[in-house]
Design a protein. Structure first.
Length: 106
C-alpha cells in the first residue's frame, strides 16, 4: 500500500504481552502492528491493519475494512466482558420510549 500524505498511521511495537502462564509468546519483542486510516471519499475511510508477528505468523497478516459514514450515534462494543453498562443504558431508554408511547395513547 502506498502511503499518502493524508494518511493517519500508527506503528505500534515493544509489546510486553504475557500469555496465560505468564510468559511472552515467541518473537513478541519483534512484533509490530501498523494501522493506517485513509479518507478515500467524503463518506468513506479505509482502515488498513498489518501485524508483523513472527512469533505467531510466518508472514505479516493484513486486513482492510471500509468504514462508511453514518449520521447515527456509534457505540463502542468490543470490550464488553462483564460490562453491563450498554445493556442498562439501552434497557432504560427502551423503557422511557415505552412509557412515553403509553402516555401519548392515554
Amino acid at each position: 500500500m502506498v502511503q499518502d500524505v493524508d494518511d493517519l498511521v500508527f506503528d505500534v511495537s515493544a509489546f510486553l504481552h504475557r500469555g496465560p502462564l505468564g510468559s511472552a509468546s515467541p518473537g513478541t519483542e519483534r512484533k509490530v502492528n501498523t494501522e493506517r486510516l485513509t479518507r478515500i471519499s467524503d463518506n468513506q475511510i479505509q482502515y488498513h491493519f498489518t501485524s508483523d508477528d513472527p512469533g505467531t505468523f510466518t508472514t505479516p497478516y493484513t486486513r482492510e475494512i471500509l468504514l462508511d459514514f453514518t449520521p447515527d450515534k456509534i457505540y463502542e462494543y468490543a470490550c464488553h466482558e462483564g460490562n453491563y453498562g450498554m445493556y442498562n443504558i439501552l434497557s432504560a431508554h427502551r423503557t422511557e420510549e415505552r412509557m412515553a408511547s403509553e402516555a401519548a395513547e392515554q
